[in-house]
Design a protein. Structure first.
Length: 361
């Protein structure tokens, strides 16, 4: 599949927004505040689109298993490594640490993870697991079935208004943002031609700017699951409305692929490639680099640049882990069943042979 440069640009924007938000936390009384949490909404929309498009490229044989392997190798091994490193820093520093919480983090249980930014990975893995389950239910790819079932389960869990953590997690409105990305893929041929003008692009950029600087409407959340909303509210909730804005911005940038491909430099594409590493390491690195708080405003671009540059180097680890894991799991999946049976000894073959054959030897 040819790389979609517009999606690499969107990934770069998303991870850098989240990084900037986490750096600005250490600046006392900052002169400006950017709603970097918007990057999470954008990531989820991108994920919904990518997952829908990846399903169409799966081989018809063992479709669900291949999907699970692709997503597992892409996300899980590197997250496990970073979580263990993060946990190691707590232990080395002699800080209080819960090994049970570490275990729950590694299995993506919906509880505050060891690496706090991992709350988004819990939602990502839930989305992947749900789609994998849908692929098991149908012999052919049925995008509308997947989408409607996913949204229905979320709405049912919301309507229960339950205090059970897992139900609250599934019913979190932020999960609906995946559905917006999935919907964008299904309906792409209907809207893409209407969003390719330069005026639409500038309107999208203006919409993003207004959204990011409207920080009063979007504060840093507390608690878990991170629903970001009053749970008893109506369907069109504050967090979901930000998901809608992210989806609108995503569709416009995607429709501008030819223009963006011609005007995007290699650095932006590289940041897009490295976005997952930037996203995962920023929590630990920002805390280390800003340990001498308060962080002066002039230190923000320095910390920003250091995190990005270190991520460029660490991306090799992410890429190697993903490729190695995928290759190993694919080998197991494609291995003939007769090769998976343990080899029988000559004595066992003789014993299991028909009586006439064994007597003739």
């Amino acid at each position: 599949m040819n790389r979609i440069v517009s999606i690499q640009l969107l990934r770069a924007i998303a991870c850098l927004l989240v990084l900037l938000l986490h750096i600005m936390i250490f600046v006392p009384n900052p002169p400006f505040w950017i709603g970097g949490n918007f990057g999470v909404d954008l990531f989820f929309v991108i994920s919904g689109y990518i997952i829908a498009s990846s399903i169409d490229r799966l081989p018809p044989h063992k479709r669900a298993a291949n999907f699970a392997i692709n997503r597992f190798s892409r996300v899980v091994p590197y997250y496990w490594l970073m979580t263990l490193i993060y946990a190691g820093t707590f232990i080395a520093a002699g800080a209080w640490f819960s090994y049970m919480n570490l275990w729950l983090s590694l299995v993506f249980y919906p509880k505050e993870p060891v690496m706090l930014i991992g709350w988004t990975l819990n939602h990502e893995v839930f989305f992947y697991a749900f789609i994998a389950g849908c692929l098991l239910l149908t012999r052919t790819v049925r995008h509308w079935f997947n989408l409607v079932l996913f949204v229905s389960v979320i709405l049912v869990c919301r309507s229960l208004n339950s205090n059970i953590n897992t139900i609250k997690f599934i019913g979190a409105s932020v999960n609906l943002t995946f559905a917006l990305g999935y919907l964008a893929f299904i309906t792409e041929r209907h809207w893409v031609k209407y969003l390719q003008s330069k005026i639409v692009l500038w309107l999208a950029v203006l919409m993003l700017a207004v959204t990011l600087f409207n920080s009063d409407a979007y504060t840093i959340p507390t608690g878990y699951p991170r629903d970001f909303v009053n749970y008893a509210h109506s369907l069109i909730l504050p967090r979901f409305s930000w998901g809608i804005i992210a989806a609108l911005f995503f569709t416009v940038i995607l429709a501008q692929e030819s223009r963006i491909k011609a005007g995007t430099n290699k650095l932006v594409v590289r940041i897009g490639d490295t976005s997952y590493t930037i996203y995962l390491i920023q929590g630990l690195m920002v805390q280390c680099l800003a340990s001498l708080t308060p962080l002066p405003l002039w230190g923000v671009p320095i910390v920003f640049a250091v995190v990005v540059l270190v991520s460029f180097r660490l991306y090799r680890v992410e890429d190697w882990l993903g490729r190695t894991t995928k290759k190993g799991l694919k080998t197991l999946l494609d291995r003939p069943k007769d090769q998976m049976q343990p080899a029988l000894s000559h004595e066992a073959i003789v014993q299991d042979a028909p009586q006439g054959i064994s007597n003739s030897q």
